[in-house]
Design a binder for this molecule. Structure first.
Ligand code: HEC
Ligand code: HEC
Ligand code: HEC
Length: 421
């Protein structure tokens, strides 16, 4: 997962510094007194279970785990355009984790992005979303974390340039882009819709990837879920601009979010894979609520693209397809088991940019241990840039009625350099 601050964020710092200086009072936050680590018996099993659910929806383990042997022990380096920010050890180890954090200190980190010592956190930690979490859910998350196995693990330092290295600078960023506000239900919507909206916004932080960001690295609040960019992948629009060829139904979206595969739309292959692995562990009704919230914003009727037609310039790609892909993707392909959707239905093939199609071909689809699921091998080492470019132009022309993608060659080169899973 990636910090949603972009290059132009440097500009933010320049603007933010004077703002910050003039508001020096906002920059100072007190340290919170340490506590004796709470005993597991202090927390009820129901509260811990709810915390586990919130931790899964909030992807805490995705960022805060570097080695699967040591969940929540931190050390994963989150790439940002400025440098690397380490997700910290949030196991209850007293020396290197959050073992002596009080619940009040934890609440402040979640709500205000300030650590136990009073230092500002970087928004690589999604506190701009967690700030809306209810007291009950923050309490549950605290109970869950405090009952994990303590792991002693010192963190590699962040690698950030000046002035970003200086945490008080984040007070300026907060002033510009961060609003601490409690969650409010929309009384015009159903209970299920509101539950889904809350889980998606305050816990699941779907917008951190699926909403575009402005030049200064803040989410563009006027364009919620209009599509964003993360680790070399496009995170597609989840509202009216969805590129799905057939409209998503609540049923299908629930299925996709829990399995990473939709028979009607394609499969998760990039950063969304981890999100779906976490959602696979939470009660189905929560995922269904999230799906209800998003489907209500998506188109109801299919976009009917003009029928695709083959043309000369894609002949070379056609040969690559026949050799490398047709065994699985031609109609009636022998290797297709679980009613794999035609590429014509794939959101990736119908997307406005070729980026995710290129990433899918380069990196394939990951094997899901213990589950029958889609598997597609990576072609990174098999296809050269020319073959990949021809192939991508071909699948667009053959399977989508959308206009030809303009920048396939540049995107191909770009994708080789960054991204993947
Ligand atoms: C997108 C990645 C990401 C996700 C998801 C995420 N975190 Fe973090 N978190 C970070 C990073 C990076 C830091 C360190 C930020 C810094 O150094 O300023 C951090 C810091 C923290 C801290 C402060 C710890 C300390 O030692 O200062 C706490 C507490 C925390 N996260 C809890 C959580 C919880 C609980 C969840 C899930 C509900 C969560 N995080 C989800 C990236 C993430
Ligand atoms: C870390 C960034 C990230 C987060 C957080 C995230 N997504 Fe995604 N999502 C992506 C990316 C990137 C893709 C494109 C395909 C891929 O990665 O496999 C995607 C694909 C999707 C798709 C497929 C859309 C289509 O038409 O094919 C849906 C639906 C989706 N995400 C919903 C969600 C929901 C709901 C949440 C919150 C619970 C969420 N995402 C959180 C990055 C993210
Ligand atoms: C071993 C079988 C196999 C091979 C070989 C294979 N694929 Fe796939 N591919 C799959 C499966 C399974 C899926 C997931 C189900 C789906 O979306 O069709 C998939 C999905 C895709 C997707 C859509 C992803 C999405 O989320 O919508 C694209 C694009 C794709 N493949 C392109 C290719 C291309 C191009 C080649 C040849 C270079 C290729 N595949 C070779 C099995 C394969």
């Amino acid at each position: 997962m990636t910090l949603r601050i972009r290059l132009a964020g440097i500009v933010a710092i320049v603007i933010a510094l004077p703002v910050m200086v003039s508001c020096a009072a906002l920059v100072w936050q007190p340290a919170m007194p340490p506590v004796t680590p709470p005993k597991a018996a202090q927390f009820s099993p129901e509260v811990i279970a709810r915390g586990a659910e919130m931790a899964a929806i909030g992807d805490c383990a995705v960022c805060h785990t570097a080695s699967h042997a040591q969940p929540y022990a931190g050390g994963r380096r989150i790439p940002t355009p400025f440098g690397l920010i380490t997700a910290t050890n949030i196991t209850p180890d007293v020396e290197s984790g959050v073992g002596n954090w009080s619940e009040a200190a934890f609440r402040r980190a979640m709500r205000d992005g300030v650590d136990d010592q009073g230092r500002f956190l970087y928004p690589a930690m999604p506190y701009p979303h967690f700030t809306q979490a209810t007291d009950q859910d923050i309490t549950a998350l605290y109970a869950f974390l405090m009952t994990r196995q303590p792991v002693h693990a010192e963190m590699p330092p962040n690698e950030l340039p000046l002035p970003l290295k200086l945490r008080p600078v984040m007070a300026g960023w907060n002033l510009l882009f961060f609003k601490a506000q409690p969650w409010r239900d929309d009384p015009k919507q159903s209970a299920e819709w509101n539950r889904g909206a809350y889980l998606a916004t305050a816990i699941g932080h779907c917008a951190a990837c699926h909403t575009p960001i402005n030049a200064l690295g803040g989410e563009v609040s006027s364009k919620p879920y209009a599509g964003g960019e993360v680790e070399g992948w496009d995170a597609p629009a989840l509202q009216a601009a969805s590129s799905a060829a057939k409209p998503w139904t609540v049923e299908e979206l629930t299925d996709y979010l829990r399995t990473g595969l939709s028979d009607q739309h394609g499969a998760a292959g990039g950063p969304m894979v981890d999100v779906t692995r976490e959602l696979a562990t939470v009660p189905e009704q929560d995922v269904r609520a999230i799906a209800t919230y998003f489907v209500s914003q998506m188109p109801k009727s299919p976009t009917v693209p003009p029928a695709p037609k083959e043309n000369e310039s894609v002949a070379a790609g056609s040969a690559v397809f026949a050799g490398a892909c047709a065994g699985c993707h031609a109609p009636n392909a022998p290797m297709v088991q679980r009613g794999a959707p035609s590429l014509a239905l794939s959101s990736v093939v119908n997307a406005p940019s070729p980026r995710d199609a290129i990433q899918t071909i380069l990196h394939g689809l990951p094997w899901r241990e213990g589950k029958t699921g889609p598997y597609m091998p990576p072609f990174e080492a098999v296809l050269n840039n020319q073959q990949l470019t021809d192939l991508v132009r071909y699948i667009r022309a053959r399977f989508s009625g959308g206009p030809a993608w303009a920048d396939v060659e540049a995107q191909t080169q770009n994708a080789r350099q960054n991204g993947g899973t």
